[in-house]
Design a protein around this ligand. Structure first.
Ligand code: B16
Ligand code: MG
Length: 220
């Protein structure tokens, strides 16, 4: 039986937390008198918390002390945790749960490859943590996307080569990371934004019925 390592990003692929990251960053930017719109936010998707704050400060041409930097990061995370406090199974993006279950039925290995340090509690809230054989998140990596470390770590733990791995991503940085690693990259979102991906769908529900077979025989 052909097998591949199926690696899923979390925010924006499995659950629509991207909008909550945006709200929390926008509030934080406002507290620093920095204007922050959805256009800039696109560049923060898949980017670690610390690098996101660095970028926002760069855009606003602001410098803050290391102590204030730390407290701003904490403040952003508190706001974010408050916003996601009511997450549940009903917040899983359309078609994802079914896709994961079909992979599991076919005994295909599944991993998470996320930049978020909140990934594990979020998967628990969604009730799908047990579907992931391997979880690599922001607490396990040193290099942020577009560096491929998070995905290479995941396929390595599953015992697969990068060429036998498929990555599902909603961010430009994440698609670039998968491509750099030589993995098949499937974008979830807008074609114009994710044009570097091997294929793009708005949602999992837009994939053809036998898409798992297509992916299993797909070459980079
Ligand atoms: P946290 P992903 C990323 O998750 C988000 O896309 C990005 O917006 C966020 O800043 C980053 O996680 C860090 O998240 O603050 O929860 O540690 O898309 O790689 O699953
Ligand atoms: Mg994402």
């Amino acid at each position: 039986m052909i097998k591949k390592a199926f690696i899923f990003d979390l925010d924006g692929v499995i659950v629509d937390t991207a909008k909550f990251h945006f709200i929390a960053w926008q509030r934080l930017a406002a507290s620093l008198d920095i204007n922050f719109t959805e256009v800039e936010n696109e560049q923060l998707k898949g980017v670690s918390r610390v690098n996101s704050l660095k970028k926002i400060l760069e855009w606003g041409n602001k410098e803050i002390s290391p102590e204030v930097f730390q407290s701003k990061m904490d403040q952003k995370n508190e706001e974010y945790l408050e916003l996601i406090s009511t997450l549940s199974t009903s917040d899983i993006m359309p078609g994802v749960h079914d896709f994961l279950l079909r992979l599991q039925q076919r005994q295909q290995p599944i991993a998470l490859g996320s930049a978020s340090k909140n990934a594990r509690p979020i998967l628990e809230k969604l009730g799908i943590k047990n579907l992931f054989e391997v979880i690599v998140d922001g607490t396990n990596v040193t290099k942020a996307k577009p560096d491929p470390e998070v995905f290479l770590n995941a396929c390595d733990q599953l015992g697969y080569d990068p060429q036998e791995s498929v990555v599902f991503e909603d961010s430009v940085a994440g698609v670039q990371a998968a491509n750099k690693a030589g993995m098949i990259s499937i974008g979830l979102g807008e074609q114009e934004i994710l044009h570097e991906a091997d294929e793009v769908f708005e949602y999992f529900t837009d994939m053809p019925n036998d898409y798992i077979n297509t992916l299993l025989s797909k070459k980079k």
